[in-house]
Design a protein around this ligand. Structure first.
Ligand SMILES: [Zn+2]
Length: 364
């Protein structure tokens, strides 16, 4: 594990330094700065009036005493399709792992939940939220990928019983990797009580096979095509096409109003999948990302995320070609036009590091 990753997984003081370079760190954030710049303001609860095509983002803080039966705020994207708009932030004691999005769809006979948020406690709050709008049972939970902010609430929903969990076949690799232990202990440093009862969930249905192939589930008059988009962002990523309504849940294939974070997956695979997504679903009504607001066509968040990755690849290919060392490449990279986008200061240099190493390996 490289030191950036180790820092982000284990540390609250985030040091930016190259793994094989003994030069001192170039940027270090204190806990207070992380709180201020990348976390969620304590005591504040603000929700935007709308969650579609907006740069406005929620700032929702709560605490360990907040009841798991308290519903989360929902945004009804279309009748029966509910979006849970998470903080665009790093996990901290204030957002308590509500730093990504999830949602659910009420069909004629049941409920399909897409992603489970970042702790068992939040998984319980999704259940409470569903109960607030319908008596129908949760029948399926689709986990788009296994990063903590999307998957760590799964156990609460699974424990309801009679819930079929669907995930990428890469889940098995993730569950057996070192990564999960680090991620759990990192979360526990902030939100230990909320993590009580955490267990990784092995999906009942594993999706894999050929890239961009799909599996279909139908329930209560709605069809969900679940596409294998490969390990572009994690150990395995899915996107979900809610067919009759023509809504695409794109997970972390593109970020809206947030700088991406590359630690698993592959920049080239991401770019390929973004291109596939735009080609395949250009007529979609909405795309719902894992971070940031819902978007209508022509889906500029996808183009922007792709441009960022293409630019990083180009810049790092040049750096490697020129014989620029990793530390210098990291130190000198600054994308001024991205600098005001949320989580830029936290993620950009890590992304530079990730892509430099990728490109160097590719050229080897
Ligand atoms: Zn995410």
């Amino acid at each position: 594990m490289n030191r950036y990753l180790l820092a982000s997984v284990l540390g609250v003081s985030l040091s930016i330094a190259a793994a094989d370079n003994e030069k001192p760190t170039t940027e270090t954030y204190t806990r207070a700065e992380v709180d201020h710049a990348f976390g969620t303001t304590p005591g504040k609860v603000y929700n935007p009036t709308k969650a579609v095509d907006t740069d406005d983002a929620p700032s929702v803080a709560f605490n360990a005493e907040t009841s798991s039966s308290e519903p989360l705020k929902t945004y009804e994207v279309i009748p029966g399709t509910y979006f849970l708009y998470g903080n665009i932030a790093e996990v901290d004691e204030n957002n308590r792992g509500f730093n990504g999005n999830a949602g659910f769809v009420v069909t004629n006979d049941s409920v399909v939940v897409i992603d489970s948020l970042g702790s068992p406690r939040l998984g319980q709050r999704i259940i409470s939220t569903v109960k607030q709008v319908t008596d129908k049972p949760i029948k399926y939970l689709i986990l788009t990928h296994n990063h903590p902010d999307h998957a760590y609430g799964a156990i609460a929903i699974k424990d309801l019983g009679n819930v079929t969990v669907i995930g990428h076949e890469g889940t098995l690799e993730y569950i057996n990797s070192e990564r999960i232990g680090h991620s759990v202990s990192y979360r526990e440093t902030f939100i230990k009580p909320d993590m009580a009862g955490f267990k990784p969930v092995t999906p009942d249905i594993l999706i894999g096979g050929e890239l961009y192939s799909k599996n279909t589930i139908s329930t209560g008059g709605k069809t969900f095509d679940i596409y294998n988009t490969g390990p572009h962002h994690s150990f395995g990523d899915l996107i979900v096409h809610q067919k009759e309504d023509n809504i695409v849940w794109i997970s972390d294939l593109a970020f809206n109003n947030r700088v991406t974070f590359m630690a698993d997956g592959s920049s080239q695979k991401s770019i390929d999948a973004q291109t596939w997504l735009l080609d395949t679903f250009k007529d979609a009504k909405f795309m719902i990302p894992g971070h940031g607001s819902v978007q209508s066509p022509p889906f500029p968040m996808v183009t922007k995320t792709r441009n960022y990755m293409q630019r990083l690849r180009k810049d790092m290919a040049k750096a490697v070609d020129d014989g620029t060392d990793l530390q210098t490449a990291v130190d000198s990279s600054r994308y001024e036009d991205w600098s005001k986008v949320r989580l830029y200061e936290l993620n950009h240099k890590k992304n530079v590091d990730f892509v430099y190493r990728e490109v160097e390996l590719e050229q080897f």
